[in-house]
Design a binder for this molecule. Structure first.
Ligand SMILES: Nc1ncnc2c1ncn2[C@@H]1O[C@H](COP(=O)(O)OP(=O)(O)O)[C@@H](O)[C@H]1O
Ligand SMILES: [Mg+2]
Length: 271
């Protein structure tokens, strides 16, 4: 089972947007996917439920023993379930975050996901590299780093890469960087081009996803409606929804996700 953290030092770069829409796109490709909200702010719950309805989730599972099957919420896709962050009392947040920092509490959670037959667990983390994010990066097999096309991006990216290298020197099993995805990109803006070139100069090219997420008002529309971009109805799908499908295909290749039915060059639709 692949465990993929979506993390970055900087906030507001598109982690939650990427986690939701990438999970939707990859689940559509048939992979049994679990999307997990490890941000105590409950960003996924807020994005998918405009009424800010509080769901039980990771907090209840790890703190009060709510069973995995009860906390993993069904979605419109049979292949996708979601574990929300849970109803964390405000006075418990710092204790909860500190308790996740060494990652040990995730081991039984990942075991339940493995037993549940999941191919992929995608975890949306809070910004920064400390607290829950540190614990998750210690336990996940891979990390994907969304990076906004802006001048500060490079500095925050290099700090993130240094941190990942440090984790790997401490522990060979620490997560490996599957790639950086550029977000809120405007290919016509000169600064965007420069930042993309700079990132490709400092990172091996295979660590930069070719799919680049454009700045697109459809993201805000989908978030207001509480849905992934791929569920927006009426007219042609927004361009960014198709980019998430491309990103999912690229990720599938990078993670070498190959099921028995994918091993042939051509896959039969009729089963
Ligand atoms: N490609 C995009 N185009 C337009 N707005 C975006 C895009 N990606 C994210 N946003 C908006 O930017 C804000 C931050 O995105 P979010 O995914 O919550 O970032 P993070 O999880 O890294 O803090 C949100 O308001 C979101 O709707
Ligand atoms: Mg977020």
């Amino acid at each position: 089972m692949i465990t993929l953290a979506i993390s970055s030092l900087k906030g507001g770069v598109g982690k939650t947007t990427t986690a939701i829409n990438l999970a939707f796109s990859i689940a559509k490709r048939g992979w049994k996917t679990l999307l997990v909200d490890a941000d105590p702010q409950g960003s996924i719950g807020l994005s998918l439920s405009p009424s800010a309805q509080a769901y039980i989730g990771l907090y209840e599972m790890l703190s009060t023993g709510v069973p995995f099957e009860q906390a993993a919420l069904k979605t419109k896709l049979e292949t996708l379930k979601i574990v929300m962050s849970g109803k964390i009392p405000s006075h418990e947040i710092s204790k909860w975050c500190a308790s996740l920092q060494d990652g040990s509490r995730l081991t039984p959670f990942f075991k339940s996901a493995t037993d549940g037959g999941y191919d992929l667990v995608i975890i949306d983390t809070p910004s920064g590299l400390h607290g829950p994010t540190e614990g998750i990066l210690r336990k996940c097999s891979h990390v994907l780093v969304p990076q906004q096309c802006e001048p500060l991006a490079l500095r925050s990216l290099m700090l993130t890469v240094d941190f990942l290298n440090q984790l790997q020197t401490e522990n060979d099993d620490a997560c490996s960087l599957v790639g950086v995805v550029l977000t809120m990109a405007d290919p016509d803006v000169e600064d965007t081009k420069k930042i993309v070139e700079e990132i490709k100069r400092v990172l091996p090219p295979e660590l930069v996803f070719q799919s680049m997420l454009p700045r697109d008002a459809a993201v805000i529309h989908a978030s207001m409606k509480g849905m992934p971009l791929g569920l927006i109805r009426g007219g042609a799908p927004p361009a960014i929804a198709l980019v998430f499908d491309q990103l999912a295909a690229e990720l599938e290749g990078k993670l070498e996700l190959v099921g028995p039915e994918q091993s042939d060059e051509y896959v039969s639709l009729v089963v």
